[in-house]
Design a protein around this ligand. Structure first.
Ligand SMILES: Cc1ncc(COP(=O)(O)O)c(C=O)c1O
Length: 368
């Protein structure tokens, strides 16, 4: 299979680790291991973690972890740990799903702009992407979706809450999409890695269809990307197809990552509270700073910690990215999500650093 470079990752590999103010990340600030363990407030926890066997685990994932993940899906079809498949981040879940369910020549609907993986894996397999375009006033319009269905796609790849726009479908829109896919027997994949990082827990496509696949992760909403734990919740036949592919690649998710993910999920409300407070504090900083730069247009994201900023200038977004990088600030150029004239601003990090980075960014745009 052809592999097109993942442009955002290639850019980050040259910029991310030597920049003073990283305003390009898409996750909430990471927890340290010490912080995570002290949050649990359980003197025996360290000893039980020390006892973790560092061998292979069940391919589908540790049962206790799958039980805990299933509790994030309270609708009538769940919780059932047998419908949970633990993967190495959401990125592995997305990869297994797209590469197992799409064939060359198939059509699939995907939002534009998007996290490149969601469109590229299918395209590299020889499938045809049907872009569902974002607009600032309508977001992702259901009428446009219905028109795309006329082209008889085999699969719909969604991301809600959405990276990079911060858009989130309403429950009514999710139900409509789920119903339309069910009627037509179209695979419905929903990347929901930001679900826990809004003011409340966002709905899941699993709430509306037992045939839909929800993809989740410990990375973005929890601030635990280093655990490399993600999952899919899916019908058994889809899990079986992904397992076939998994057997040739990663076999299972690291046992220690799964144990720590289990600890985090058992204390999830405390983690959500801290992360949501940080998010709200940082959104205020962002609003205050961007008011000083009238050429920048953006919409407050409904969930997640990324904002999609329209910078109204002819400068190509990659060039802009390098110019800001030279001033010590990193943003993610819009072209890496498929759209020029924009950049993605990640505001989930340390508030002091965000404030300092925003000051440099605003100064750059004020000078024009
Ligand atoms: C929409 C989306 N899905 C999946 C991923 C991959 O996340 P993970 O760290 O869980 O593999 C990302 C990472 O940026 C993302 O933005």
């Amino acid at each position: 299979m052809k592999v097109t470079p993942f442009t955002l990752e290639r850019f980050f590999s040259q910029t991310e680790f030597d920049v003073r103010y990283n305003l390009a990340t898409s996750a909430i600030q990471a927890w340290s291991l010490r912080e995570l363990l002290s949050l649990a407030n359980d003197p025996d926890l360290q000893f039980s973690l020390f006892a973790t066997r560092l061998g292979y685990t069940e391919p589908q994932g540790n049962l206790e972890l799958r039980q805990e993940i299933s509790r994030l899906y309270p609708a009538p079809t769940d919780p059932d740990p047998d419908l949970v498949f633990v993967t190495i981040g959401a990125i592995e879940a997305n990869y297994l799903l797209l590469s197992s369910l799409l064939e060359p020549g198939d059509r699939f609907i995907v939002q534009t702009p998007c996290y490149q993986q969601l469109s590229q894996v299918g395209i590299d397999l020889g499938a045809i992407a049907l872009p569902w375009h974002y607009s600032e006033d309508k977001g992702f319009d259901i009428q446009e979706f219905e028109a795309l269905l006329e082209q008889k796609p085999r699969l719909v790849m969604l991301n809600t809450p959405h990276n990079p726009t911060g858009f989130a479908f309403s429950p009514a829109e999710m139900k409509k999409i789920a119903d339309l896919c069910l009627e037509r027997e179209i695979y419905l994949l929903s990347d929901e890695v930001y679900r826990e990082l809004g003011e409340t827990l966002s709905p899941s496509m699993r709430d509306y269809s037992s045939q839909a696949v929800s993809i989740g992760s410990m990375s973005k909403s929890y601030g635990l990307a280093g655990l490399r734990v993600g999952w899919m919740v899916a019908p058994p036949e889809i899990i079986a197809r992904c397992t076939l592919k998994r057997d040739y690649t990663t076999l299972c998710c690291p046992s220690i990552g799964q144990q720590l993910a289990l600890t985090a999920l058992r204390h999830r409300t405390k983690i959500w509270d801290r992360n949501r407070q940080l998010r709200l504090r940082n959104i205020t900083l962002l609003e205050e700073a961007l008011m000083e730069a009238p050429t920048l247009r953006w919409k407050k994201p409904e969930a997640g910690v990324v904002a999609w900023v329209d910078y109204t200038s002819e400068t190509l977004s990659e060039q802009l990215g390098w110019e800001l990088h030279n001033r010590g600030v990193l943003v993610a150029p819009g072209i890496f999500f498929g759209q020029e004239g924009h950049f993605r601003l990640g505001f989930g990090g340390n508030s002091g650093e965000l404030k300092a980075g925003l000051a440099i960014l605003v100064d750059y745009f004020k000078k024009g």
